[in-house]
Design a protein around this ligand. Structure first.
Ligand SMILES: [Zn+2]
Length: 390
């Protein structure tokens, strides 16, 4: 559907300030212009939602791909196709996540991501790429999961600077293991440059993790997965994640975390600190089969992605709309409460909460429309319809 200058959604149940409120939503020039009493709007472009739901679009901070596209191998046009696919899953903004790779290949990935971002700055093309998430290479070998062992290394400011300069500052977030030599200083330096440090793939002690949090780390990557677990005498990185106020990524595909752990995390961290992510790979949106994840061969059986040698789980086949459904099923939380994990919290973590992640006048018109059965019906990015079930 072409972009319209303005459109009005009338009689929608809109997620506003953690409540569902029946209202009309006026969209103009890519932004939310006004929220009015229900049924009070008129004009050519009025869409009567008849009580269907409008939520802020989902923001995925951690995804390696979908629909046959692997971020580590993706060209600019692949990434734009990925954006279209993600829009069909309710995602309106995301961070393509680069799996640990060689210095040269990482540079190539970042150049393609920067080119796709440039293209999207001219016209809306599916879910908006907010920048890159680098998952490594500064990670702990013992907790590497699907990260290639031979490519893991200690933090290097020089290497990071080369990447960031080549990519026109496209690196937005980086996963780092706190126990590596120089990690604390590295976290402080990238934080100072506006890049978010997320702690993960790590067996760090509590003390090392707390030191990195004090140095500016903002989040933990797929909390519980790929990290040392809790012990009463050695709380470790997980203890530091739970005790501190940092954000926690959570993969809610029902495989990475038991539903009881999902509830425990939500209870421990509170409603404002959990971030739903997919950690999806190129198999998301496709059936079972053989796929790539960066340098790895991956096999998906019954939707479960594992390294071909079976040694480790390798990302997920989850989509954001399914994560939304799963969290509703796993918890007793309301639609507005779960919406925060999908939209407002990642926006705040990324520092873009003054214009994304909520439905408010002046905010980007990034929206999803759901029916009463929670089926995704439409996805709008910057006021442009990028997916419609009809
Ligand atoms: Zn990942």
């Amino acid at each position: 559907m072409p972009m319209k200058d303005s459109v009005v959604f009338s009689n929608g149940q809109v997620v506003l300030d953690n409540q569902l409120i029946l209202a009309d939503l006026v969209i103009a020039q890519g932004k939310i212009l006004a929220i009015l009493a229900p049924g009070t709007s008129s004009g050519d472009n009025v869409v009567d939602l008849s009580g269907r739901l409008i939520l802020p679009g989902f923001i995925d901070c951690h995804t390696h791909g979908g629909m046959g596209i692997d971020v580590n191998h993706a060209t600019k046009s692949d990434l734009l196709k990925l954006s279209t696919f993600f829009a069909s899953c309710g995602t309106t903004a995301y961070l393509p996540t680069v799996l640990t790779d060689t210095c040269e290949q990482t540079t190539e990935c970042l150049l393609e991501i920067a080119a796709a971002m440039q293209s999207q700055s001219v016209t809306v093309q599916g879910a908006q790429i907010l920048g890159a998430h680098l998952e490594g290479p500064y990670l702990c070998p013992e907790y590497r999961g699907s990260m290639p062992l031979s490519l893991l290394r200690n933090p290097s400011w020089e290497e990071f600077s080369i990447w960031q300069a080549a990519a026109n500052d496209a690196i937005r977030l980086m996963t780092i293991a706190p126990e590596l030599d120089g990690a604390e200083e590295f976290v402080a330096r990238i934080t100072e440059k506006g890049v978010i440090a997320s702690l993960g793939h790590s067996g760090a002690t509590y003390e090392a993790a707390i030191a990195c949090i004090q140095a500016g780390a903002t989040s933990t990557t797929h909390t519980f997965n790929g990290m040392k677990l809790l012990h009463q005498h050695e709380p470790g990185i997980l203890g530091a994640a739970l005790e501190s106020d940092i954000y926690c990524e959570m993969i809610c595909d029902g495989r990475h975390l038991h539903p009881g752990i999902v509830r425990l995390l939500l209870k421990t961290k509170g409603p404002e600190r959990i971030i739903a992510v997919t950690d999806s790979i190129m198999a998301a949106g496709l059936g079972d089969g053989a796929f790539k994840l960066g340098v790895n061969d991956v096999v998906v059986i019954d939707g479960d992605a594992r390294l071909a040698d079976g040694s480790s789980r390798a990302g997920s086949t989850l989509t954001m709309i399914h994560a939304f459904h799963n969290i509703l099923n796993f918890t007793d939380k309301s639609i507005p409460e779960v919406s925060r994990l999908m939209s407002a919290n990642p926006a705040r973590m990324l520092g873009i909460d003054s214009f994304k992640g909520q439905i408010k006048p002046g905010y980007d018109a990034d929206l999803v429309v759901l029916d009463s059965k929670m089926t995704l019906q439409e996805t709008w990015v910057a006021g442009s319809c990028c997916f419609s079930l009809r």
